[in-house]
Design a protein around this ligand. Structure first.
Ligand code: KIV
Length: 293
């Protein structure tokens, strides 16, 4: 059996970035071209998030994506990313029921999709799943605060930990996941000052999304960063491009060119010598004449 990898040793590149005080840059990607861009842009780690359910598969929540769908996307990302770790995201229903199922699913992300680690959501009973996966030799990233897999309606995406009881619960979850051996922790949609306490306490890299600036790193969803999606964005998203508008404009212009018969041009078409095409026409006439005689 592989020796258990846990804590700071499990994802050495993230641990050393934290140790050096250099912010960790994590970006989601869900296909070959987006993953190539992420790596070429120099991100430190790529997460094939189950946010793919909504960003690329059009489901209403992240709960809808199947293990096979997510594995297929993860394999595409792995083919693109050669230099930095790729994290698989265990989808809803693929790890909660038992430690054995959690280990089996995590193994599929490593063996079938080439992941370096897996991420899963929550604490409480999930801490046992985390321990089991780590004992099987697979590094785990925990996830606390807003847990999208627990959200069943659009108004469920509110920030978490804004009252004392919830803040203490999130702190306890973070402590438990760190003690269980998580290699890093994603903290989503919690007040910045609460994240600062978590980051101070846990000792492992803390990567925030909507969790303020005091973390060891930040993660964003590729489609949010690039303005590829539709609809309202969470307040924590900074959009660095409006790519959807650019794409929409390009497709509209192409469709108009087709309708005006301005696409394709001669330069965009393949040629054939006059003699060859004349011969084709000649032989076709013979074939047609025979057919009709
Ligand atoms: O699925 C995802 O993209 C995530 C990030 C938001 C952390 O879990």
């Amino acid at each position: 059996m592989t020796s258990p990898a846990s804590g700071a040793d499990a994802l050495p590149s993230l641990a050393s970035l934290k140790a050096a005080g250099r912010p960790i840059v994590m970006l989601t990607a869900y296909d070959f071209p987006s993953a190539r861009v992420a790596e070429e842009a120099g991100v430190d780690v790529v997460l094939v998030g189950d946010s793919a359910a909504m960003t690329v598969l059009g489901y209403d929540t992240t709960r809808a994506i199947s293990l096979d769908e997510l594995l297929m996307l993860t394999r595409a990302v792995r083919r693109a990313v050669t230099r930095v770790p790729v994290i698989g995201d265990l989808p809803f229903g693929s790890y909660e029921p038992s430690d054995a199922l959690a280990v089996e699913t995590a193994r599929r992300f490593v063996t079938d999709a080439g992941c370096d680690a897996v991420k899963l959501e929550g604490a409480g009973p999930i801490v046992s799943r985390v321990r089991a996966i780590i004992a099987a030799g697979i590094p785990v990233i925990g996830h606390v605060g807003l847990l999208p897999q627990s959200v069943t309606s659009p108004d469920g995406y509110r920030a978490r930990g804004r009252d004392v009881e919830q803040a203490l619960e999130i702190l306890a979850d973070a402590d438990a996941l760190a003690a269980a051996g998580c290699a890093a922790l994603v903290v989503e949609a919690v007040p910045a000052r609460l994240t600062a306490i978590i980051t101070r306490r846990v000792g492992i890299p803390v990567i925030g999304i909507g969790a303020g600036a005091s973390t060891d790193g930040q993660v964003l969803v590729y489609h949010d960063l690039l303005g590829l999606g539709e609809g309202r964005l969470p307040r924590f998203v900074r959009q660095y491009a409006t790519t959807r508008d650019t794409i929409l404009d390009a497709v509209r212009r192409w469709a108009a060119d087709v309708r005006r018969r301005e696409f394709p041009s001669t330069d965009e078409s393949y040629g054939i010598p006059d003699q060859a095409i004349d011969e084709v026409e000649y032989r076709l006439r013979i074939v047609d004449a025979r057919r009709h005689s």
